[in-house]
Design a protein around this ligand. Sequence first.
Ligand code: ACO
Length: 322
Amino acid sequence: MNYARIAGTGSYLPEKILTNADLEQLIDTTADWIVERTGVEERHIAAPDETTCDLAERASRRALDAAGLDPGDIDLIILGTTTPDHIFPSVATQLQHRLGCYGGPAFDVQAVCTGFVYAMDIANRFIRTQAAKRALVVGADTFTRIINWKDRGTCILFGDGAGAVVLEAAEEPGIIDSRLGADGRYKELLWVPAGVSSGYEQTRQDAAFVEMRGSEVFKVAVTTLKEIAEQILIANRMTVADVDWVIPHQANRRILAATAKRLGLPEERMVDCVRTHGNTSAASVPLALDVAVRDGRIQRGDTLLLEGFGGGFTWGAVLAKY
Ligand code: ACO
């Protein structure tokens, strides 16, 4: 049986940092309120001429270096994003062109903050069915481009970034299991009302920006992140005690803390980059994974649980041996 293993990870954050003190100048808020309610102290913002593909390329090259591979070794690219450079073509095809590894399939996945976890699940299935040998799996977003900087309930949360993983075929796991889900009834709790087909010329000027009912999102996020962790562990006859590191979507410190508590997981075993990254949407899970790999917390042989949750709602979990 073919499995997929993580051969290398990489990430990239734009240079510009927006602090809570900077936000105090923009909106009616305080740094203390933001830290207390969200855990975010600063976030990175893409330069005006820096696109999602630019961020994705930098993260991908770092993941390829970590794996000791060349772009030519990659035969599949899947990229999770909500903020593509263009309506089409996909960021994945443009990333393929930048890397110069032509011919294999390359496509974007739209599952908002769960985009990377969806992409990992799909890439795992390609490798397990021997349709691909080495996949580049990316989560990249310039989410701040769709933020209303006058809306203090959302602009405090988000940042830009990219994370990437090289998955390759292996005799042993690697990825033990992955599960995805969605429930479209929650559309209006977290969404951007404007769009290609429904039209940009909406009555409200701010329709092209993220709208969120924060406290309702909070409740569903905590419940779902707990449930998907339990489901995948039970299905694989494991418990939280068997997991070395949980790498959840970096939505908000309080969501992470509440999820850890409900799972009975010591918070030290949950990778938390909320303070310096904010919520980077599809980039948040691979960014946190790469940070913990590079600072030596995550070691080869460790058991990892990756969890995503995002607009739709969508959700997903990946259980893997690193
Ligand atoms: N500064 C000061 N006051 C604020 C701010 C701010 N930045 N934002 C809101 N407030 C005020 C509100 O206006 C409200 O005032 P009121 O009582 O006078 O009406 C008060 O604070 C409480 O507002 P709530 O929305 O109830 O505050 P809450 O404690 O729920 O915190 C927050 C808001 C931080 C947005 C929280 O709901 C949250 O984190 N929700 C989850 C959001 C999230 O993580 N979304 C993404 C996850 S999924 C994904 O990534 C796609």
